[in-house]
Design a protein around this ligand. Sequence first.
Ligand code: GLN
Length: 394
Amino acid sequence: MSKVTGSKKATQFTESVIREMTRLNDRYGGVNLSQGFPDFPAPDGVKDAACAAIRADINQYAVTWGARPLREAVAAQFTRRYRLPIVADEQVTVCCGSTEAMMATMLAIIDPGDEVIVFEPFYENYGPDAILSGATPRYVTLHEPHWTFDPDELAAAFNENTKAIILNTPNNPTGKVFSRDELETIAALCRKWDAIAISDEIYEHIIYDGYVHVPIATVEGMADRTVTINGLSKTYSVTGWRVGWTISPPSLTGAIRKVHDFLTVGAAAPLQEAGAAALALPQQYYLDLAANYTKRRDALVEILERHHFTCYKPHGAYYIMTDISAFGFGDDVEFARYLVKDVGVAAVPGTSFYNNAAAGRTKLRFCFCKRDETLREADRRMEKLVPAGVKLRS
Ligand code: GLN
């Protein structure tokens, strides 16, 4: 048999369905409520800082693990907000987006056969991350409608092979914000089984209804066993810049930095400078961000419910998981294709977020990081949608 083939690893996962939906959307000229990126401008001050950095000729490699001003800003912001002292030189590594930050972390800590616990539904990258790093994933269900987990089910997923648990709060795709109590349950198990928490907190500032973001690193006994992942993308609406970072205990930083270095060398130098400017924005910026997203969330929930979707109202992040059973389609993929092709709105099939396909087949994820007019246009197009069993008026 020919050896001119992809690796076994590469055949174990498919292309990203989220990114594929964007391509389909572009082909059919749809309204893209699939891949989560804003269609409104990034803050002027942040853009100006990037242009200024390029003009000032910050155009060569930054230090591999990140330009000092950005690393210092990340450490200072986390220290100030959460009163957990972070030392930039020992703990912060800048990567090409939180996607690379997650991959570099997994490659840095996983040995083949190590188990990694993943809450399901999950952001689709975590599946391939586990395969590429050689981890065996173990899934623990977040039960709708409130996306709660059963502490006994979680406890049963831990064993002596458990190397890490991947957390994402505020959560994509469910909008769940893990409570301090829930994090303490997780933390107790991490301590008991000597496991690492890898916590993707990219939606830290996109949070609603008085919910409060708690980094698991701040839970007792977790600072030394948590890798916190974050980035500029969502907070500053610059998903195309690809600037993210890890905050790790010093014991793990060396491994993460080595892997990161050989994966990508470093993130774009001028954009790291702009990142430092972004992190210096006043508190009002974050308040406005959350307030504006609250309005968008409410607008899209109202639109989707009017068009017969059952919505799981999110408390954080910028996605709405919906139940599509009312439409009588065979499955989520069939419905998503119909929606983008014939209705002109792109969303992400639920199965992309599940290992247990049966749970995903009845679901579709929409994002609302979009201008009012974009959401209104989606509303207008969805007038075409009719739930099964409902007769069209003639
Ligand atoms: N996080 C975004 C989403 O879930 C997409 C990120 C990406 O495509 N890299 O849609």
